[in-house]
Design a binder for this molecule. Structure first.
Ligand SMILES: C[S@@+](CC[C@H](N)C(=O)[O-])C[C@H]1O[C@@H](n2cnc3c(N)ncnc32)[C@H](O)[C@@H]1O
Length: 528
C-alpha cells in the first residue's frame, strides 16, 4: 500500500470505533492517542486484525506480537496523517473549564498556575513560613480527600456570661442544626470542609478579610503568598464557602487594589457573573500620604456576590449626616418631626401616566401640571396637612415625608464615611491596651453596616479569616448567630478574649444601639 492509501485506510479503520469519532463522524485524534497510551484492548484488537496495520505497528519477537505504541503515536501525530485536522477540529481546540470547552459555555475565565491544585496553606505561628505543597486535583486525589475529610473538633469549651465550661453539649434546633456560636481555631480550609456536614446551605452571610497579598511581611500572619499561590488559596476556600451559603445568602470579600481585579474574575467564575452584586469602595483612611510616589491609596474594596438571584439586601436607615443635609426641622406647620418635601409632579423622564388638573394653593396661586397622583388622593394629602407650598406659599405643591416614616434607603457602593482603619485601631486599643499585637483590625462600624444590609436577627454569619474577631463581636451585639475561624495561636489571646468581653456586656442594649448607623464605635468597655 502507498502511504496515502494507508493513511485513508487507517482513518476508516479507526472510525469504526464510536469512541474515536465526534457527532459529525470526524476522527478524534486525541481519543485515539489516549487509547493507545492505555493499551486499550479494543484498539489493539482492531489494529491486529487489519494486516496492513499489524505490519505497521506490531513487532514480532519469537512467538509474541508486541504493539509498538510509540511508532503508532508518532504516526498519528505526524502532520501527514489527517492533514486537515487543524481545520476539521477547530471547534474542538481550546481551553476547557470543568471538562467543557470554554468556547461552548461562553465564559471568560482566569487562568493561573496551580489553578487545578489544592493548597493546604496552614500555619499557627507568625514566623512559620511553610513550604507549600500543591496537591493536583487529578494526581493527588487521595491526598486531597484525606485533607478535606471531615475532622473532629477537639478541646471545645463553652463560654457564657457565667464563665467557661469544658463540658460542651451543643444546642441544636429541631433539625439538628447547631445553634451555638462557634469560634474555631484551625486551618480554615479544613474547618470549612468539616462545617459542611452541619452548615451546608445554612449561612446567610460570609464576610472575609483575607491577607491582601501585598508582599509586605510586616503583617503578623504570612501575607507573602505570591500571585498565583494566593489565587489558588482563595479559590480552594471560596468554592467550599459557596456550598455553605444559603440560597438567599451573600458573600462580602474585602481586598485592596493588589488583587481586586483578579479576585473579581475568580469570583465571577465561582459564583457566576450574574450573581455579582457590587464592588464597594471603602475609605480606609482620611489622610493622603505625602510621601507616595504616584497615587496615595485611601480606599479598598469589598466584592459582594449573591449565591442566587433570590438575595435581597435590606435597606439602610437614613444616616444622621443625610438627615442633617436633607431634612428640615419641625415647625408649626409640620410639627411631627424632621421632614422634607418631595415633588408631586410627574418627572420628565417618565413616559405616559400622570393626572392633569389644577391645584390652587391656600394663598390663591394656581398650578396646572401633570401630577403623579389623582386629584382625590391629592385632596386627602391636603386634609392630612401633608402638603408643602414653599416658603412664600407660592411654590408648586410638594408632599411631606417625615424621617419617622422612612423605610430607609438602599446602600451605595461608595462608603466614604464608615469608620477607618484608625478607628479600628482605636477600638482595639480600647480593648487590649497594646496596639502591636494585631495589625489593622477592621472597625466595628464597617462590619455593622455589612451585617445590617445582609442579615436579620438570628441569621448565621461566618468569617473564616477572623483575625481579631471584629465580625463575631459585632454579630454578637447585633443578635446574629456566628462562626469565626482563625488558625493563629493569637486567637486565644485576642479573638477569644475579645468575645469574653463582649459576652460580659449588656448585649441587648448594645444590640439595639448597633442596629443604627449612628452608634459610637466599640460598644465594649475594657473594664468589663
Ligand atoms: C486581615 S486579617 C483579618 C482581620 C479581621 N477582619 C479583623 O478585623 O481583625 C486575616 C486573618 O486571616 C488569617 N488566616 C490566613 N490564612 C488562614 C488560614 N489558612 N486559616 C485560618 N486563618 C487564616 C490570618 O491569620 C489573619 O488573622
Amino acid at each position: 500500500v502507498t502511504i496515502m492509501k494507508f493513511n485513508q485506510q487507517l482513518e476508516q479503520l479507526l472510525k469504526t470505533l464510536s469512541q474515536f469519532t465526534d457527532a459529525e463522524g470526524e476522527l478524534l485524534k486525541q481519543n485515539v492517542k489516549h487509547s493507545a497510551e492505555k493499551f486499550d484492548p479494543e484498539l489493539i484488537k482492531l489494529l491486529l486484525n487489519d494486516p496492513d496495520s499489524k505490519a505497521h505497528f506490531f513487532d514480532e519477537i519469537d512467538t509474541a506480537t508486541i504493539f509498538n505504541y510509540r511508532k503508532f503515536i508518532d504516526y498519528i501525530d505526524d502532520k501527514n496523517f489527517l492533514i486537515d485536522s487543524y481545520t476539521k477540529f477547530s471547534n474542538k481546540v481550546g481551553l476547557t473549564l470543568s471538562n467543557k470547552h470554554i468556547q461552548q459555555i461562553n465564559e471568560v475565565v482566569l487562568s493561573f498556575p496551580f489553578k487545578d491544585c489544592v493548597l493546604e496553606g496552614g500555619q499557627s505561628k507568625d514566623d512559620e513560613k511553610r513550604k507549600e505543597i500543591f496537591f493536583n486535583e487529578v494526581l493527588a486525589k487521595d491526598e486531597i480527600n484525606r485533607l478535606l475529610n471531615k475532622k473532629v473538633i477537639t478541646s471545645a469549651k463553652k463560654y457564657t456570661q457565667n464563665g467557661v465550661n469544658d463540658e460542651v453539649n451543643f444546642n441544636r434546633n429541631e433539625n439538628g442544626l447547631i445553634k451555638d456560636n462557634l469560634i474555631i481555631k484551625g486551618n480554615n480550609l479544613l474547618a470549612l470542609h468539616t462545617l459542611k456536614s452541619n452548615f451546608a446551605g445554612k449561612v446567610k452571610l460570609i464576610y472575609i478579610d483575607p491577607p491582601y497579598n501585598t508582599g509586605n511581611d510586616s503583617f503578623n500572619y504570612n501575607d507573602n503568598f505570591n500571585h498565583s499561590t494566593w489565587l489558588t488559596f482563595m479559590k480552594n476556600r471560596l468554592e467550599v464557602a459557596r456550598d455553605l451559603l444559603s440560597e438567599d445568602g451573600v458573600i462580602f470579600v474585602q481586598c485592596d487594589d493588589n488583587e481586586q481585579a483578579y479576585l473579581k474574575v475568580l469570583m465571577d467564575e465561582i459564583f457566576e457573573r450574574d450573581n455579582f452584586i457590587s464592588c464597594i469602595s471603602w475609605k480606609r483612611k482620611k489622610e493622603i500620604s505625602n510621601d507616595t510616589k504616584n497615587i496615595s491609596v485611601q480606599g479598598e474594596y469589598i466584592l459582594s456576590f449573591a449565591k442566587t438571584k433570590t438575595t435581597q439586601l435590606f435597606l439602610e436607615q437614613l444616616s444622621s449626616s443625610y438627615i442633617k443635609k436633607s431634612y428640615k426641622e419641625p415647625n408649626k406647620e409640620f410639627p411631627l418631626g424632621k421632614w422634607r418635601p418631595v415633588p408631586l409632579t410627574v418627572s420628565k423622564g417618565l413616559s405616559g401616566g400622570g393626572y392633569k388638573y389644577e391645584i390652587t394653593n391656600p394663598n390663591g396661586k394656581k398650578h396646572s401640571r401633570l401630577w403623579a397622583l389623582p386629584e382625590r388622593s391629592y385632596k386627602k394629602l391636603f386634609l392630612e396637612k401633608s402638603v408643602y407650598f414653599g416658603i412664600d406659599g407660592n411654590g408648586i405643591p410638594q408632599k411631606i415625608m417625615y424621617v419617622k416614616d422612612s423605610k430607609g434607603q438602599p446602600t451605595t457602593n461608595y462608603w466614604d464615611n464608615t469608620s477607618t482603619n484608625k478607628e479600628g485601631k482605636k477600638e482595639f486599643l480600647n480593648l487590649f491596651d497594646d496596639n502591636n499585637i494585631f495589625s489593622n483590625p477592621k472597625p466595628e462600624k464597617l462590619l455593622q453596616r455589612i451585617i445590617h444590609i445582609a442579615t436579620k436577627k438570628g441569621d448565621l454569619v461566618l468569617d473564616y479569616h477572623l483575625g481579631s474577631g471584629t465580625t463575631c463581636a459585632v454579630a454578637h451585639k447585633m443578635g446574629r448567630q456566628y462562626i469565626g475561624i482563625e488558625q493563629m495561636d493569637y486567637i486565644e489571646d485576642i479573638a477569644v478574649k475579645r468575645m469574653q468581653k463582649v459576652i460580659g456586656t449588656t448585649v441587648k442594649k448594645d444590640g439595639e444601639l448597633l442596629e443604627s448607623l449612628d452608634f459610637d464605635s466599640g460598644g465594649i468597655s475594657k473594664s468589663v
